[in-house]
Design a protein. Structure first.
Lengths: 306, 266
């Protein structure tokens, strides 16, 4: 006795089968050319480096140990790998600084756009979107041209006699920070704008009716209401900044490395693929933690409002 | 002096926003300006000329890299858009079923993993395949680009689908349209702006990619961005500015079209 319920069940499972079939190409492409190879990285991180790059199929924990430790070549004792640790710290500090800087500039900018009349708002938004979709390499190159020794800033300062010889700005941590803040700024403004657009200004009005100062309104009403946008923007800036490769390699030069450059080095001149793999997995884990924090935060926000 | 009180006003915000827009566009403006420099130097402007554009157009490496970039971006964006459209149809307008969340996570996965990690993974994986098969053509780059383009193509298509009116398709079904005809004559035309937007996003994303391409490419497979990266690390002439200006122009055109297509959404 299947009856009507049975037919509906059959219909449903056929629909689900069709849906799996439809999504198969996308899932397969991503599995082969994005997700699957990550597992190989995990395997490689436990192998022995080959003499000319690549790996030998001998299990070894050295890749992971050298992420933070250094083996003394004479007596085999371990000590903290200062170079790696300082690169880790630099990456995290620079990424956090980039996030804070873009937030400080991006918040007022997003607020400005959100409070424009409907007609002009779209134009301002368009002006933020253009840099967002133009090549990151070109934008980094543009910053390079401004801050290098023969660049615009030094050129102008020399011309007006403010300095007698160019100030070295390129190849410093400051250069990396400036560049990253510049290229990732739209990633902060767009989600901030998205949550400010929905801001209910009657609440702001109520604040003023109760004799709040503009600053108090900002701190007690506006910021708490747009917090999801602040969190989303911060995550969107922090994650790519942490794994940045192009911007630090152009503006930081060979000495001021970040994690991305350290990883590249292991697959290039370093010829230590297991270490490079272990570093990649480490970077991925840090990003996962950041994402988890975001998901938990977004989840609690959603339940409070909805 | 007293300005009318507005509840929307926050002191200093407008000034910061203006500074922000200025800072966002100044470097790009300088870059474009110097591409018209008649002189060799990037420090002094010696009059307007198109010599660097002419030089870029005569540079065989630039031409080859540009053609390669466009080839990869076209194929990757088309394949990614088709796969993303199918995936969007499969993951929207349904009650949750087993594996749906997994599908979402999987499709968006390339957005979550740092690009450098994916690049390294593909370097390792494709190096193995190259040894096994002996094939070292553009296929690897196209496969890699297709994969990271899928989530970008998927987002606007899915958004469009979710805002679409279901009744029209029901009406088609009531009038005895076959599922394929209902899709072909009702769903597809309605979905078209989303598909177009997805395709353009995927195209720009593929065209701009540096990191994954840098790791995956074999010798002699430079795309325009990886060629530029190599040049920036060596010596910089205004030719780089000229190439960047043309590249910028292309991006701005695509973004403008994208904006217009997306605005027409009903």
């Amino acid at each position: 006795m299947t009856g009507v319920a049975g037919t509906i069940e059959a219909e449903k499972s056929r629909d689900i089968r069709k849906r799996w079939l439809l999504s198969l190409p996308a899932l397969l492409i991503i599995l082969i050319a994005a997700t699957g190879p990550l597992l190989i990285v995990l395997v490689y991180s436990f192998l022995t480096p080959g003499p000319y790059g690549d790996v030998q199929w001998l299990p070894s924990p050295d890749g992971w140990i050298s992420v933070v430790m250094e083996k003394d070549i004479f007596d085999g004792t371990f000590s903290l790998a200062d170079a790696h640790v300082s690169i880790f710290i630099r990456s995290v500090v620079l990424s956090l600084a980039t996030t804070v800087l873009t937030l400080l500039v991006g918040f007022p900018t997003a607020y400005f756009i959100a409070t424009r009349p409907e007609k002009t708002r779209e134009l301002w938004l368009f002006l933020i979107t253009i840099p967002f979709w133009t090549n990151l390499l070109i934008r980094t190159f543009a910053i390079l041209e401004i801050i290098r020794n023969e660049g615009l800033i030094n050129g102008l300062m020399l011309k007006f006699g403010l300095i007698s010889k160019p100030v070295q700005m390129l190849f410093t941590d400051g250069a990396i920070l400036t560049g990253m803040a510049y290229v990732y700024l739209p990633l902060m403004v767009l989600p901030l704008y998205a949550s400010m657009e929905k801001l209910d200004f009657r609440l702001v009005e109520a604040g003023y009716d109760l004799y709040a100062t503009p600053f108090k309104v900002l701190r007690k009403i506006i910021i708490p209401l747009v917090k999801p946008g602040v969190v989303a923007g911060s995550i969107l800036v922090f994650i790519p900044a942490l794994g940045a490769y192009v911007t630090p390699s152009i503006l930081g030069g060979g000495k001021n490395l970040m994690l991305g450059n350290l990883i590249e080095l292991q697959f290039g001149q370093g010829r230590n693929w297991p270490l490079g793999s272990a570093l990649s997995i480490t970077l991925m884990l840090i990003v996962m933690v950041a994402l988890l924090v975001y998901v938990r935060n977004a989840g609690s926000q959603g339940s409070r409002h909805g | 002096m007293a300005r009318a009180f507005s509840i929307r006003r926050q002191r200093g915000f407008t000034a910061i926003a203006m500074t922000c827009f200025f800072a966002l566009y100044l470097p790009i403006a300088v870059l474009v300006f110097y591409s018209f420099n008649a002189g060799e130097s990037l420090a002094a402007f010696e009059g307007i000329s198109l010599r660097w554009f002419a030089q870029a157009f005569e540079n065989q490496q630039v031409i080859d890299a540009s053609i390669r970039s466009l080839q990869i971006a076209s194929v990757a964006a088309i394949v990614a858009t088709i796969a993303a459209t199918m995936a969007a149809l499969a993951t929207t307008r349904t009650e949750p079923y087993r594996g749906l969340t997994l599908k979402y996570a999987f499709i968006n996965q390339p957005l979550m993993i740092p690009e450098i990690v994916t690049a390294v993974a593909l370097l390792i994986f494709f190096a193995r395949i190259k040894i096994w098969t002996g094939y070292s053509g553009l296929g690897y780059l196209i496969a890699a680009h297709t994969a990271f383009c899928i989530p970008f193509a998927y987002l606007p298509i899915r958004a469009r689908l979710e805002n679409m009116d279901l009744t029209l398709e029901k009406a088609a079904a009531d009038l005895y349209a076959t599922p394929w005809n209902a899709f072909r004559y009702v769903t597809l035309p309605l979905l078209w702006p989303g598909i177009l937007a997805g395709f353009m996003l995927a195209f720009v994303i593929s065209l701009d990619d540096v990191v994954i391409t840098e790791f995956v490419k074999s010798a002699g497979q430079d795309t325009l961005p990886t060629y530029m990266l190599g040049q920036i690390r060596r010596t910089i002439t205004p030719e780089m500015n000229a190439i960047s200006t043309l590249f910028l122009l292309l991006s701005v055109c695509v973004v403008t079209v994208f904006f217009i297509v997306n605005r027409k959404r009903v």
